[in-house]
Design a protein around this ligand. Structure first.
Ligand code: SF4
Length: 288
C-alpha cells in the first residue's frame, strides 16, 4: 500500500515567510500602487496570489512614478536598481532575507580588506549578481571543474557561497582551489550556505535513500528546489519535480509503495498539503 513520508522542513523557510508577510502587509496598508521588479520569491503559485491582491510585477523601473512603492526581492538587488529607485524617489520596501544581508556584509568586508573575492554560486542568479555589485571584480565559480590551475596563486582570497549552494560543492571548491594553488598567501573561508538550506539538503539525502520515489515540490525557477532535485537524483533516480497539483501523479507514482515528499524554501505549505491530499485520494482509488 502507498505510504507517504513527509520531510520535517517543508513550506516556506523563515526568510521567505518574512518576505511574503511584509508584502501582504504592504499591500493592505499602502495607499499608492505596489510594484515588484521581477518576482519577490521564486514560486509562481505564490506570485499568482500576490498579484490577485494587487501586486504589480514589472520588468523595469522606467514607467514607475515617484509616489509608487517598490518591493525589493528576498534574494537582494543589484546596486544600479537601488540607485535608479532612489533617484526616482520610490518608496522602497526591502524584503531581503536577513541571512542574505549578512552574506552581503561579509562580501563587502572581504572586498574592503583587499582580498580577491570568490563566490561559489550561479552567476546568473540575482543573489550572486547583487554580490558581484558589492565586490567588483569578484570571481564566480559554479562547479569544481571550473577551477583552473594556479589562477589564485600568490593572491589573498576570501571565499563565500550563494546561500542556497550545496555544502558538498562549496567545500569541494574550497579544497580544489587550495590543492591547485598551493602558493596562495592568505585564505578566508566563510561557509555562507544558510542553515535552512543545509537542513533540507540533509533531509533530501536521507529521504531519497529510504523511499521508492522522492517528490521535490517547488518551482523549476527556484535555485534551492533545483539543488534538492539534483541531490535526490544522485541517490534515487526516481526523484521528480512536482510544481503544483496539476502534475500527473498517477503516472509518476506507478509501482511505488513508499513516497517521500520534500519542498523548496519558497514553496508554500498549502501547496504541499494539496499534493499530499492528491496522493491520499489516489491511494483510495487504488483500494476500490
Ligand atoms: S533559503 Fe535561507 S537565505 Fe534563502 S530566503 Fe530562506 S532563510 Fe533566507
Amino acid at each position: 500500500m502507498l505510504s507517504v513520508k513527509l520531510a520535517k522542513n517543508i513550506g516556506f523557510c523563515s526568510g521567505v515567510r518574512r518576505a511574503v508577510n511584509i508584502v501582504e502587509e504592504t499591500l493592505i496598508q499602502s495607499k499608492s500602487k505596489v510594484y515588484s521588479l521581477g518576482p519577490v520569491i521564486h514560486n509562481p503559485e505564490v506570485i499568482k496570489q500576490l498579484k490577485e491582491k494587487n501586486l504589480c510585477i514589472v520588468n523595469s523601473l522606467d514607467n514607475l512614478e515617484g509616489s509608487s512603492t517598490l518591493i525589493l526581492p528576498s534574494h537582494g538587488s543589484p546596486r544600479n536598481i537601488l540607485d535608479t529607485a532612489k533617484k526616482k524617489r520610490l518608496r522602497l520596501i526591502d524584503v531581503t532575507c536577513p541571512y542574505v544581508s549578512l552574506v552581503q556584509k561579509i562580501c563587502v568586508l572581504l572586498h574592503k580588506q583587499g582580498l580577491e573575492v570568490i563566490i561559489v554560486g550561479d552567476r546568473k542568479h540575482p543573489e550572486v549578481r547583487a554580490l558581484l555589485d558589492l565586490a567588483p571584480g569578484a570571481y564566480t565559480i559554479e562547479k569544481i571543474k571550473d577551477i583552473k590551475e594556479d589562477i589564485f596563486s600568490y593572491k589573498k582570497i576570501g571565499i563565500i557561497s550563494q546561500t542556497t549552494q550545496t555544502k558538498d560543492i562549496f567545500f569541494g571548491v574550497v579544497s580544489e582551489i587550495l590543492q591547485k594553488n598551493p602558493l596562495i598567501k592568505e585564505v578566508h573561508v566563510y561557509n555562507t550556505v544558510c542553515l535552512d538550506t543545509v537542513r533540507r539538503q540533509d533531509e533530501a539525502k536521507k529521504l531519497a535513500d529510504s523511499v521508492d520515489i522522492l517528490l521535490v515540490i517547488g518551482s523549476r525557477h527556484s535555485a534551492n528546489t533545483k539543488r534538492l532535485l539534483c541531490i535526490g537524483r544522485k541517490i534515487n533516480k526516481r526523484t521528480h519535480l512536482v510544481e503544483n497539483e496539476k502534475a500527473n501523479l498517477n503516472k509518476i507514482l506507478k509501482k511505488a509503495n513508499k513516497v517521500g515528499l520534500i519542498s523548496g524554501a519558497s514553496t508554500p505549505q498549502w501547496l504541499v498539503k494539496k499534493i499530499v491530499k492528491k496522493i491520499i485520494n489516489l491511494r483510495k482509488e487504488k483500494l476500490k
